[in-house]
Write a protein that binds this ligand. Structure first.
Ligand code: B12
Length: 439
């Protein structure tokens, strides 16, 4: 049935030059259907990145996308649907939390990208205040970067902010752009694990969008062009023998750079990356990473949103709901170590114990099964995100995001894990380290 639909679609619509090869159509469709299934799960907050992934697909469930947009708008318009002035006015002696708290640059940017990708386009007045808020957050991030040497959020979110304003054809102050250019020149995008590919790619997408803008002066346009070329060359250099650029999860973002700069056909690295991505599709288990993968698989980038037009869309996608992975009949034993090397910790080692759980269990299952040590129970907290549950606190020690602390997940060999607690499945005899790190 799927194959038939895919063949039909191939016959009706012109193929996009950068999309996955026709023989992968069934696998790509299955991933879209899984994302749709995850988006329909009750109890999950609507996420703008997931909406963008659904909207840039080749097939849709239009009524579901419509109600998802409604949920997004309910959440975002209640926070960003009024002016900054109204929000920052003192009410009952308290300032509005949006003006005081950490900027939400990345999520708001993805929301605006989502609005621009919706069909029919929403009433332009709904975009006015969120655009003003995004400009305000970007300024806060920019001021933070002058003060701390990095944006308050991250260069990833800062880049998304610049990109979203550019896609909406809103001017971005030159100093804000320069900050990103300097960071690119000085290679400041390094994530704690040394994998900067995700951030480099999103920054390059922002540069690629800006360089096309009419109001950009010639000198700046030349700098933006150079930055795009340099990043693209670095991405090609970062490609490993297996075809991945960075790791499986950064590869789709890297591919977007080739898509956005029309080099997917001329650059052999692109085809190799596509083959590697198709090989690793089973690793994409969280909605946020699936949405990112689907953009590349469909031959689209965040920049494609700027030229999206409402046309007849295929309303043919049906969701797939996956059952939880079955656990093995046998038990496994994993050593769980909790390290706390930053100042302010009561001791360096907060926990060290063997944990027993059914074979195939996730790290999250293991944390739930971890036995008490002495008289103290093992405790932890997570926060739901579109990437899955994010570990925020262990043994009563909460990581402070403002100080750029986070609970890092490592293997016994000290290598950083490439998945979160719900997706990573340790093997019998493994060691997992939870370390309060700075990034
Ligand atoms: C910046 C970043 C971080 C920062 C976030 C802090 C900040 N203020 O920005 C820090 C350093 C804390 C971080 C940590 C981790 N990260 Co990270 N991170 C990213 C990056 C580059 C951007 C995320 C982002 O801003 N998204 C946009 C915003 C708008 O969406 P958001 O939902 O609000 O994002 C927030 C959360 O989702 C959370 N977050 C960040 N990373 C992760 C990872 C997981 C598994 C979860 C559940 C949540 C989470 O922080 C974001 C900012 O507040 C992505 C790259 C990508 N391709 O998406 C990798 C990425 C999401 N991270 C990844 C990983 C593996 C991790 C870690 C598990 C690494 C580790 N071994 O410890 C930890 C999470 C551990 C935990 N405590 O649960 C992988 C996830 C792969 C997967 N299979 O899901 C990615 C895709 C990188 C990659 N290419 O491998 N990360």
């Amino acid at each position: 049935m799927w194959l038939l639909l895919a063949l039909l679609q191939a016959a009706v619509l012109p193929a996009r030059p950068c999309e996955a090869p026709a023989e992968a159509a069934v696998a790509v469709r299955a991933l879209s259907a899984r994302l749709l299934g995850l988006a329909m799960e009750p109890g999950q907050d609507a996420d703008p990145g997931i909406y963008v992934g659904l909207r840039l697909g080749s097939e849709h469930d239009l009524s579901m996308e419509h109600s998802y947009l409604q949920r997004l708008q309910d959440a975002f318009q209640s926070r960003y649907g009024r002016s900054l002035h109204a929000a920052s006015r003192q009410s009952h002696g308290h300032r509005h939390r949006n003006t005081d708290s950490m900027p939400e640059t990345g999520r708001l940017a993805l929301y605006l990208l989502g609005l621009r990708a919706s069909c029919p386009p929403p009433d332009p007045t709904t975009q006015r205040f969120p655009v003003t808020w995004l400009k305000y957050y970007l300024e806060k991030d920019w001021a933070g970067s002058r003060h701390h040497g990095h944006p308050l959020t991250s260069y990833y979110q800062y880049s998304l902010g610049v990109l979203a304003l550019c896609v909406h054809r809103k001017r971005v102050r030159e100093e804000v752009i320069q900050r990103l250019l300097v960071a690119e020149q000085h290679r400041r995008f390094g994530h704690v694990d040394g994998n900067a590919v995700d951030t480099e790619a999103v920054a390059a997408l922002a540069f690629a969008c800006l360089k096309k803008e009419q109001h950009i002066r010639a000198g700046l346009a030349a700098e933006l062009r150079t930055a795009v070329h340099r990043t693209r060359a670095r991405l090609v250099e970062a490609q490993s023998a297996d075809g991945l650029i960075g790791n499986a999860f950064s590869t789709p973002l890297a591919m977007q750079v080739f898509i956005a700069t029309n080099t997917c056909k001329t650059q052999p690295a692109y085809g190799r990356a596509m083959a590697a991505l198709l090989h690793h599709l089973d690793s994409f288990t969280s909605a946020a990473t699936m949405a990112q993968a689907l953009l590349a698989l469909n031959g689209r980038s965040y920049l494609s949103i700027a030229s999206m037009q409402c046309q007849k869309e295929l309303d043919t996608l049906t969701p797939i709901f996956l059952e939880p992975m079955p656990l093995g009949p046998h038990n496994m034993t994993v050593r769980l170590v909790v390290e706390c090397p930053v100042p302010g910790c009561p001791q360096q080692l907060l926990y060290d114990s063997l944990v027993s759980a059914p074979a195939g269990a996730s790290l999250l299952d293991l944390l739930r099964a971890a036995p008490p040590q002495g008289s103290k129970n093992f405790t932890f907290e997570t926060q739901d995100t579109a990437y899955g549950p994010f570990l925020t606190s262990v043994q009563g020690m909460a990581a402070r995001p403002k100080e750029r602390h986070y609970w890092q997940l490592l293997s016994g060999l000290g290598t950083s894990l490439q998945m979160g607690v719900a997706d990573y499945r340790p093997k019998d005899g493994n060691t997992v380290i939870l370390r309060l790190s700075k990034w």
